[in-house]
Design a protein around this ligand. Structure first.
Ligand code: NI
Length: 190
């Protein structure tokens, strides 16, 4: 098990546009080891996802997993997913305002995310996937894919008065957000 340091906002690697992984490199030891490191690091930090750029690797790989997550207890589960060269396409213009955090940013804040998206990606075996994601799960995909383009969630915060540390979020914003988003999750189902 290898837990790697997660880079923080201000590190230039968080602002690069990462490179596609050549299909014939997916099975290489280097890429498979990087995927294992991403999973170990995400789990160690209780993240819902982690992108390769966040551990200093300039390649288009992100991992996601949500179980009983203490950082995001309201998030529906996501089975462990490895997304290589992911491409997201919104299915319509429905948006939801979600409060997000990030292992690379010591703040939370509200961002608008598409509710319904199509994701196309390769898994760690090189198998192609073409799937529909909705709700908070779609938001998690958008957050992780943004990382691969050098975009952080705070770039998308339109109401900067929502920016908060985790302690202040828990004290002043959490209850109202969880009530609102629980109703949304009930309606959308993910
Ligand atoms: Ni993040």
């Amino acid at each position: 098990m290898t837990v790697r340091p997660v880079l923080s906002i201000g590190h230039p690697m968080l602002r690069v546009v990462a490179d596609d992984v050549p299909t014939d490199a997916i099975s290489s030891d280097a890429v498979q080891q990087l995927i294992d490191d991403l999973i170990d690091t995400m789990r160690d930090a209780n993240g819902a996802g982690l992108a390769a750029t966040q551990i200093g690797e300039r390649v288009r790989i992100a991992v996601m997993e949500v179980g009983d997550n203490p950082r995001y207890p309201y998030k529906p589960r996501i089975a462990l997913t490895v997304a290589i060269n992911p491409v997201i396409t919104p299915l319509d213009d429905e948006m939801v305002e979600v409060n997000e955090g990030c292992l690379s940013v010591p703040l939370r804040g509200n961002v608008e995310r598409f509710v319904n998206v199509r994701v196309h990606y390769l898994d760690r075996d090189g198998v192609e996937h073409d799937e529909i994601k909705r709700g908070l799960t779609a938001g998690t995909w958008q957050h992780e894919c943004d990382h691969l383009d050098g975009v952080l969630f705070i770039d998308r915060v339109t109401d900067r008065s929502t920016l908060a540390t985790w302690d202040e979020f828990n004290e002043f914003q959490r209850d109202a957000f969880v009530e609102r988003i629980a109703a949304f999750v009930d309606r959308v189902g993910s």
